[in-house]
Design a binder for this molecule. Sequence first.
Ligand code: MN
Length: 292
Amino acid sequence: MTVAPRFGIHAGVWGFDWSADAAERTIGAAAAAGYDLIEIPAIDRARSDAGDTARALDRHGIAPAVSLALGTDDDITSADSARRDRGERRLTDAVAFASEIGATFVGGVVFSAMGRYLELPTPAARDRSLAVLRRIAALAEARGITLGVEYVNRYESNLLNTAAQTVAFLDDLGAPNVLLHLDTFHAAIEETSLAAAIDAAGDRLGYIHASESHRGRLGTGTIDWDRFAADLHTAGYTGPITVETFSSTVIGDAAAIDIGLWRPMWADPDELATTTLHFLRTRFAAAAIPTL
Ligand code: MN
């Protein structure tokens, strides 16, 4: 019997507003499009109530995952302890938010800032990140939560740019509830192939962002999705596969600048969500057919 992967979608497809109304609308739209999972950015707990999110998830019958990306001001690799403390606070809050909404996964750029570094990575910076993440991993484990370390391309972190580097980082971290979070957009930039990335990740592979080479609609860039589906099938991966694509017309200026998204990629989030799920299901169904 083949266990199909679980398909999810990033809430940012519908924008980054997470007021109670926006949360209800976004969660409802993801469920209506047919997804099993919605990835919710860790919200500012001072401004939004996790209870609203939990109730909307319950109402629409869709499971949550949580993600975040640290920034320069809360970089846990920094030599500045105030920045590290802010990062640890954000990670702690993200784990608490996940726990409150019933999520069992917190992923993203949790190991450094997401942004262009103007300095080389150092062993000391890596050790500072590991020290914080060991404490966060223990907190997460007590709540039954898995952490995902999402390595990103060279323009968005100086620390982890490949699956092999991430596996070595996880080995040094030594926490069984921390896995590798693979994003095809970043991997397509840095790896020799997506197959090589899957192979390097091995049984550490725990979460996937399905993201096109240009961050737009899946199937319209240079990533070979049939091949990727076949490679994941061969590797026996049955974890979540979450669509990550954004459009500048939807997410607003601040988020567009954060991500480096300088042009609109598509117009209608509901249409994008529905057709992309069909696209992925078709690819993964074909990959699961045994060849003679
Ligand atoms: Mn990603």
